[in-house]
Design a protein around this ligand. Structure first.
Ligand code: PRP
Ligand code: URA
Length: 211
């Protein structure tokens, strides 16, 4: 496993909020709000090394040199549906980001990803894409999404997940060693239905109240 490409963001605020999300009695409203808050905190960490450049400005008091972001423009790409739950948190931090969507669901029988939608910014090859999906279980959905984005021309991609199983991390680092992966938790593994244990259940259902 290419360890340096996997970053665990275990900030105390994130751990606290994630524990609340995991609790089975946490309802849809709180679950959704907590996910958005965690996504915002993760976006803050993920962008820590984004390049800056100097800019000469004038404050009401004096001329000075300020800093501004200098790297690629950002695109955020939630994997539908559950990735949508992390979108606002990231966009709150990067308001100028364009948003693409990749629609994939995991077939419950085969556990293979099924693609049903893809709409991306037209300049996708020039952007730094932040792909969001709260759950990285077998890794099949995220890996397929990353392959699709590369086929569409994406050159720089970051994958941002909330909870990951070791099995999913293995798949992503093997299939996409060029894609940095950020997670807030690495759980024990998968159960017989390929759900993450202890995990938090079905993220899409808990976000959208379709349990
Ligand atoms: C969930 C989750 C991931 C996928 C993870 O989506 O949001 O996309 O499962 O599983 P994998 O790593 O084994 O592929 P789901 O298929 O439940 O669709 P949904 O977001 O529409 O609920
Ligand atoms: N999808 C989810 O929403 N949760 C899991 O634990 C695995 C896949």
């Amino acid at each position: 496993m290419a360890e340096k490409m996997v970053t665990l963001i275990d900030h105390p605020l994130i751990q606290h909020k994630l524990t609340l999300m995991r609790m089975k009695e946490t309802g849809t409203k709180d679950f959704r709000e907590l996910l958005e808050e965690i996504a915002m905190l993760m976006a803050y960490e993920i962008t820590r090394d984004f390049p800056l450049e100097d800019i000469e400005i004038e404050t009401p008091m004096a001329k000075c040199t300020g800093k501004r972001l200098a790297g690629k423009k950002v695109g955020v790409v939630p994997i539908l549906r559950a990735g949508l739950g992390m979108l606002n948190g990231v966009v709150n931090m990067i308001p100028a980001a364009r948003v693409g969507h990749v629609g994939l669901y995991r077939d419950p029988k085969t556990l293979k990803p099924v693609e049903y939608y893809c709409k991306l910014p037209s300049d996708v090859e020039e952007r730094m894409l932040i792909v969001t999906d709260p759950m990285l279980a077998t890794g099949g959905s995220a890996s397929a999404a990353l392959t699709l984005l590369k086929e569409k021309g994406a050159k720089s991609i970051i994958l941002m997940c909330l909870v990951a199983a070791p099995e999913g991390i293995e798949v992503i680092t093997k299939d996409h060693p060029d894609v940095p992966l950020y997670v807030a938790a690495i759980d024990d593994g998968l159960n017989e239905h390929a759900y993450i244990v202890p995990g938090l259940g079905d993220a899409g259902d808990r976000i959208f109240g379709t349990l």
